[in-house]
Design a protein around this ligand. Structure first.
Ligand SMILES: C[S@@+](CC[C@H](N)C(=O)[O-])C[C@H]1O[C@@H](n2cnc3c(N)ncnc32)[C@H](O)[C@@H]1O
Length: 123
């Protein structure tokens, strides 16, 4: 099969399975091989658009009662995908290269509350 054929296959599979991008399969493969994310873990996805890794990360946390959190940061505004994500997933619109310590702390699971936040980049 050609490279283009493979790409089409993974795009179709992503759509069929409710992932927002075929990049989901990269993290799924890493999870399978290295078990990077466990039940109840806290995950920070720097550069999270369009959100496929948020989906796989959330799935990897296990059931809601196990806890855990996934925070995605991107220059673009990213809506939390409706499939494979639950209330443990939040997104933040920010430049990770210009975050101040106080802003980074605000992304911790303890500090993240209610809806998505778009922190000011200055101050
Ligand atoms: C390859 S995509 C990430 C793919 C994503 N993890 C997924 O689930 O498919 C890289 C992302 O990094 C973001 N990005 C690049 N530089 C950034 C920065 N300084 N701060 C925040 N996001 C950044 C881009 O906007 C882009 O959406």
């Amino acid at each position: 099969m050609s490279g283009a054929g493979l790409q089409d296959f993974y795009c179709r599979e992503a759509q069929r399975l409710g992932y927002v991008a075929r990049s989901a399969f990269k993290l799924l493969q890493m999870q399978k091989q290295f078990k990077l994310i466990g039940a109840g873990d806290s995950v920070l996805d720097l550069g999270c658009a369009p959100g496929a890794w948020l989906q796989v990360a959330c799935q990897s946390l296990g059931p809601l009662e196990k806890g855990g959190a996934v925070v995605g940061v991107d220059l673009k505004k990213v809506n939390v995908p409706s499939h494979h994500c639950d209330s443990r997933v939040k997104t933040v619109c920010a430049d990770v290269m210009n975050l101040r310590m106080v802003q980074a702390r605000a992304f911790s699971p303890q500090e993240m509350h209610q809806e998505r936040r778009c922190p000011q980049l200055k101050g």
